[in-house]
Design a protein around this ligand. Structure first.
Ligand SMILES: [Zn+2]
Length: 66
C-alpha cells in the first residue's frame, strides 16, 4: 500500500508531503507553513489585513469629506 507521508520511494528518492497555500496556491513543504496552510509571506499579509479590517481607508475618509 502506498504511503502518503514523508518518506522515500522504492528507489530511495526522498519524498515530502506538500500542501497548497490557501492564499496564493504555492506549494508549502515546511512543517510550520503546512500547519497554517500558508507560506510566511502570505501569513504576514493575512495578519496585516486582519488588523486593518475595522479602519476606514484613506479613500473612504475622502469620500466622506473628512
Ligand atoms: Zn502563499
Amino acid at each position: 500500500m502506498a504511503e502518503q507521508l514523508d518518506g522515500q520511494l522504492e528507489d530511495g528518492t526522498p519524498t515530502r508531503t506538500a500542501v497548497p497555500c490557501k492564499r496564493c496556491g504555492g506549494w508549502l513543504v515546511s512543517e510550520v507553513s503546512r500547519a497554517r496552510r500558508m507560506g510566511p509571506a502570505c501569513a504576514r499579509h493575512e495578519r496585516a489585513e486582519a488588523r486593518r479590517v475595522d479602519e476606514p481607508t484613506l479613500f473612504e475618509l475622502e469620500a466622506r469629506g473628512e
